[in-house]
Structures are given as structure tokens and as C-alpha cells.
Write a protein that binds this ligand. Structure first.
Ligand code: DP6
Length: 449
């Protein structure tokens, strides 16, 4: 396996993967084991600088068993689905040689080497932000790099699709193996070989878009997508109509809208598709409610604005949770959007206000650790430069925001505290490999740093 004598080497790879937001939704499987969907879906990959998973995977002859740590906590790898993902990748591994370190691994050795995995999300897990999508994509990508797997991204996406961990898997993970705009083709083959992700366009193709996420609640999801979609497949006639009659045409239209950077068509399609997905949840027996009052208020705010402008400025889409993902057609529109959102949904209390001021100060005098604290509890995370562009430097500026002109005759009440925080981001790149300095595992022990 190695040079024969030295068994102390550790070989590791660290990778970062993005998360993605579907603009044509995947909801429903035709095969639960192979994770084959009942329709195609299309997503936008979100910038990993703001939302991502970082994973380090390592092998060593001295590791006694497979072990994994998620956000610093050890989790069980007993799940059969995780094991099958690992088996798939091990079987595709190829020879690896590093003469300097005295490492020589033959194809058949991968099965005998135990792995250590450490994974970290830079955003709340299970807050309905598709954290599992980033997680599974990252796991498959980094394992494939470690084991010198030669398959292309499309083939890897087929493994990511099935990479289920402790039953919290994510079919939509396969779309996170590419940056930009991605289609997950449902495929026809009963064995799933053609159910893969395909990149439609890179993030550079349409880089004007700005994405603002309103994190409405960071509590654990009530109904997991896996069980929710199973119940919808079993009981919702609307879902079957959607998959057969509605989505195929929408996919063609959405591909066209992305190709032509046609924002009005893109926005209309994304909104109606999100609404139809939630209608299918309501059509499920018993009904599933993912959105809440705050989600509905955000929809109403965007709909009123879009109508007043005569053409869509912002698209909204909601996954299996109450968080709103809002896609603005450009930076200028995004600043207006942020002003409107902060008018309707200001921070909850004075505490937020003073924290905000204090931490801004820390950030200015660049104390890195205080800046990190700032990042942790600020009311807007991600690309914070948007706040300045929107003319919002202090909470006084938030309080002074005028009511949006489109509601001036009927000003709705403010809803302080209904949004936990906002994230500002944009379309972003696919997975990348990092140098070992950024590894989450210790180079000598193979344990979390
Ligand atoms: C609403 O990929 O989380 O986000 O395949 O059962 O693990 P499983 O589900 P998952 O479902 C995502 C559903 C969605 C829509 C989408 O991302 O397309």
C-alpha cells in the first residue's frame, strides 16, 4: 500500500462546495432508492463565499475505522446510504503515487483504507437553506479527488444524488457540483445512469443578479423534504399533473430565459413554480405547510412592487421552509429591495441596534475576531457592502426608511423581529479544492483541529 514500512502517512483533500436554490423545483421521486426525480429541475448555484460547506477527507493506514465530524461534532456513519456512497467512490478510485511522501496506493487498496471526514457549514444547518445540498456535493467531490476518481462532474453528480447520510440525504445536492445555472435532468434509464446534473451557463454568464435571502426561522424543518415529497407523490393529484403537464414546458422556457438573460421571463417562471410547489404541498394529505405568515407578507411585498413597476424587478422562491430567496435583476434593484425589506422587517429590538453599531466599529478598526463576532450576529451577512449602497449605515437609517411608494395609500404595519437576518449573495462557482493549510483535520493525527 505505502512503501511497506512507514504506516504513519495521512493523505488528505479539502474542498469547498456551494449550495443551490431551485428556480424550477424538484419535488417527488419515481425511485426512492436510486433518488430518481419525477421531473427535471433547474437551480442557481449560490456564491460559496457566503454559503458553503468545507469538507476535509483523509485516508491513512493508521485510521482504525471510518469516522465523521459535522460542525465539530462526531456523527454516526452507520447509515447504509452513506456506506453505499462511499462504496461507489472507492470502487471508482484509481492508482495514486506520491514518491516524496512514500505513498503508493493501488486501485484495490481504497477499499481497505478507512476515511476520516470533517465537514463545516458556514450557515445554519437544516434552516431550510439546502445546507445538505452543499454538504453532499462537497463530500462526493472531495472523496472523488482524494481517491483519484477520473469520472467527470456529470458522473459524480449521479453519486451525489444518491449520497444519503444518516437518512438526511439530498437529491438536489447533484446540482451543487457546478457553478452558475444548472439543470438536473430526470433521465429515462431505470438504473438512473442519465439522471445527472448539467451546467446550463456559468455564473459569469449572468453576473448582474443579486440574491437576498430572508432567514425567517432557523428552527429545524418540521417535515423533511424526503418524507414531504413521498407523501405528495402518494396523495397529491396536482403534483402528478405538474410533473407531467407543467414542468416540461417550464424547463424549456427557463433554459431560454437563462440563455437570453431575460429577467421578466426568468422571474415569472421562478415565482409561479415556487407557488405551484407549495400548492402541491397543500394538496398533499395531510397538507404540508412550509411557508408562514412572514413568507406570505414577503410575497405580497414583491408582487405589489413588480405590479407597480409594470415588469418584474425581483423573483421570489421558497424551498421546504419559510425562508424567502429573492433574486433581484441587478444591484440597483437589490438596494431598493433591501430598503423595502428593512422597512417591513426591521431588527427586533434596541439590543440588535446597539450591537450593530458597536460591532461595526470593531469591524472598522479591524479586530479580526470581533469582526467574526459581528458577522455572527449582524442583521445582514454575506455581501455586506449592499447596506452602504442602500444608504443604511446605522439603525437610525433603518428607522428613517420611507414606506415603499407602491403601498403609500395603504401602509402595512411593520413586522419587527419576523426575519432573523438577511443574507446577501449572488450566483457563484462550483466546488473547488483547497490547499492543506485550510484542512479541518490535523495533518499528524487525522482528528479535527
Ligand atoms: C424543495 O434534495 O432535500 O428544495 O432528495 O429527498 O433528499 P431528497 O430532497 P432534497 O429536496 C429539495 C426540495 C426543494 C426543491 C429543490 O431543491 O429542487
Amino acid at each position: 500500500m505505502a512503501d511497506g514500512s512507514d504506516k504513519s502517512w495521512i493523505l488528505m483533500v479539502t474542498a469547498q462546495s456551494p449550495t443551490n436554490i431551485a428556480v424550477i423545483k424538484y419535488w417527488g421521486k419515481r425511485d426512492e432508492t436510486l433518488i430518481l426525480p419525477i421531473n427535471d429541475s433547474i437551480s442557481v448555484t449560490l456564491d460559496p463565499d457566503h454559503l458553503c460547506t468545507t469538507t476535509t477527507v483523509a485516508v491513512s493506514p493508521k485510521f482504525e475505522k471510518d469516522q465523521m465530524w459535522l460542525n465539530g461534532k462526531e456523527i454516526s456513519l452507520a447509515g447504509g446510504r452513506f456506506q453505499s456512497c462511499l462504496r461507489e467512490i472507492r470502487s471508482r478510485g484509481t492508482d495514486y503515487e506520491d514518491q516524496e511522501k512514500g505513498i503508493s496506493i493501488k486501485k484495490q487498496d481504497w477499499e481497505k483504507l478507512n476515511v476520516h471526514i470533517a465537514s463545516f457549514n458556514n450557515f445554519p444547518t437544516a434552516a431550510g437553506l439546502a445546507s445538505s445540498a452543499a454538504g453532499f456535493a462537497c463530500l462526493v467531490y472531495s472523496l472523488a479527488k482524494l481517491m483519484n476518481v477520473k469520472e467527470d462532474q456529470g458522473q459524480l453528480s449521479a453519486i451525489a444524488r444518491q449520497a444519503h447520510l444518516t437518512l438526511q440525504g439530498s437529491g438536489s445536492a447533484c446540482r451543487s457540483l457546478y457553478g452558475g445555472f444548472v439543470k438536473w435532468a430526470m433521465g429515462n434509464d431505470p438504473n438512473g445512469s442519465d439522471s445527472i446534473a448539467i451546467q446550463l451557463a456559468t455564473e459569469a454568464h449572468w453576473d448582474e443578479l443579486v440574491i437576498i435571502i430572508a432567514v425567517v426561522s432557523s428552527r429545524q424543518k418540521e417535515t423533511s423534504s424526503t418524507s414531504g415529497m413521498r407523501e405528495s407523490v402518494e396523495t397529491s393529484p396536482l403534483l402528478h399533473h405538474r410533473a407531467k403537464e407543467v414542468v416540461p414546458e417550464r424547463i424549456v422556457q427557463m433554459e431560454e430565459a437563462i440563455k437570453n438573460r431575460d429577467f421578466p421571463s426568468f422571474a415569472k417562471l421562478a415565482c409561479v413554480d415556487s407557488n405551484q410547489f407549495h400548492a402541491c404541498c397543500l394538496d398533499t394529505s395531510p397538507p404540508i405547510f412550509y411557508m408562514n405568515d412572514t413568507s406570505h407578507k414577503i410575497i405580497s411585498c414583491v408582487e405589489k412592487w413588480n405590479r407597480a413597476e409594470g415588469t418584474p424587478q425581483v423573483a421570489y422562491t421558497f424551498d421546504a421552509g419559510p425562508n424567502a430567496v429573492l433574486i433581484a435583476k441587478n444591484r440597483q434593484v437589490a438596494t431598493l429591495l433591501l430598503q423595502k425589506l428593512l422597512f417591513y422587517f426591521p431588527p427586533a429590538s434596541e439590543t440588535d441596534l446597539s450591537r450593530y453599531k458597536l460591532l461595526r466599529l470593531c469591524f472598522r478598526i479591524s479586530f479580526a475576531w470581533l469582526a467574526f463576532l459581528y458577522l455572527e450576529i449582524s442583521y445582514l451577512i454575506g455581501d455586506k457592502s449592499i447596506l452602504k449602497e442602500a444608504g443604511i449605515e446605522t439603525m437610525k437609517d433603518v428607522e428613517a426608511l420611507p414606506p415603499p411608494p407602491e403601498v403609500k395609500d395603504n401602509i402595512p404595519s411593520k413586522n419587527a423581529g419576523d426575519v432573523s437576518y438577511f443574507i446577501c449573495t449572488r450566483p457563484g462557482r462550483g466546488p473547488v479544492v483547497f490547499s492543506d493549510e485550510k484542512a479541518l483535520l490535523h495533518p499528524e493525527t487525522g482528528l479535527p483541529k
